[in-house]
Design a binder for this molecule. Structure first.
Ligand SMILES: [Zn+2]
Length: 329
């Protein structure tokens, strides 16, 4: 299989490689596990090798008509169904049913990838169940979902379930760093911890611009500023940016907490070689009680956000605390 680029997930990959190699694929698989651990990536790679006309050692050749059509997004025997809006709708499943009335166009296997199947309501789920109960020949259904619990039991029982698990943090960090080479080892490890070993989630954060803002915040935070007035000015300017970061505010707070906790650990640990330079710059400057107060300020901000308090005000209060503007120093 072309799984060479996929790190981790050894168990699912072994199961699937064996099934493909022996020609004994189930008619439907359900890949379950948290978001961002590679379920869809593996499903796409499986489709690629199965639709290739000249696969070698379970790898797609990349140049046959099957490969070229799939790469261009025009393979008639590859159907990809994702939620329209919040959920996969019943009409989408009805259309799928119609498509399955015909044999695959290219005479081989047709592959149907259904993403985020946990979003299906009962009606759509029951319609899909009908397909799974009488699967038409030469079709392979790949269901991808982030929690089997949200699916009809009857659907789960009709599929071969392949669980995907979060990756060990060093491996998740390696994947993140492969996509974000500007991160240093400690930064990518902190990010891997933040997303609980699901590297795909870290890349989503990146797309939202959270990491860029975090870096700038951190740079300012560790810079010793000449006057209290300057600290207040910086804090308020950054708070305004923070408040605008819509989905990113909560992850940003989580990153800041990791940084402060690492600083706390660095103050109390004898060996401190594994900490990022920013930690080393502030670990002597901030006392233990200051650090605890800053972490408590983050807790308060998170609680305020959970209660839908004003985001601007919450960001301002937090950053004034983090920049030591509320206390004389
Ligand atoms: Zn090929």
């Amino acid at each position: 299989m072309s799984f060479s680029a996929i790190l981790g997930q050894t168990k699912p990959l072994t199961l699937l490689s064996r099934a493909v190699g022996s020609g004994r694929l189930a008619h439907a698989y359900l890949f379950t596990g948290p978001d961002g651990v590679g379920k869809t990536t593996v499903a796409l790679d499986l489709a690629a090798v199965l639709l290739c006309r000249r696969p070698q050692a379970l790898r797609p050749c990349g140049s046959c008509p099957g490969c070229l059509k799939l790469q261009s997004g025009n393979h008639p025997d590859f159907l990809r169904i994702a939620p329209e809006g919040a959920a996969i709708k019943i009409d989408q499943i009805r259309n799928l049913k119609k498509a399955l009335n015909f044999a695959p166009f290219e005479g081989g296997l047709r592959i149907i990838l259904l993403e985020d199947v946990q979003t299906m309501r009962r009606e759509a789920g029951n319609s899909l169940l009908k397909i799974l109960e009488e699967p038409p020949a030469d079709n392979l259904l790949l269901l991808v979902g982030n929690a089997a619990g949200g699916l009809l039991d009857t659907i789960v029982s009709r599929c071969q379930v392949i669980p995907f698990t979060p990756l060990p943090l060093p491996l998740a960090a390696e994947i993140i760093r492969g996509r974000k080479p500007e991160l240093d080892a400690a930064g990518s490890l902190a990010l891997a911890a933040l997303v609980d070993g699901c590297p795909g989630q870290a890349l989503t954060l990146e797309a939202d611009g959270v990491l860029v803002l975090y870096r700038r915040l951190l740079d300012e935070l560790v810079t010793e500023m000449a006057s209290p007035a300057m600290r207040v000015e910086k804090a308020l300017a950054l708070a305004a940016e923070m408040a605008e970061s819509k989905e990113g505010l909560e992850p940003l707070l989580a990153l800041l907490r990791i940084f402060l906790k690492n600083t706390l650990a660095a103050r109390t640990s004898a060996t401190c070689t594994s900490f990022v330079p920013e930690v080393m710059r502030v670990r002597e400057r901030w006392s233990l009680s200051q650090l605890s107060a800053k972490i408590a300020a983050i807790d308060l901000a998170e609680q305020a956000l959970a209660r839908n308090c004003n985001r601007s005000l919450t960001s301002e209060v937090l950053l004034l605390d983090l920049f030591d503007c509320s206390t004389p120093s």
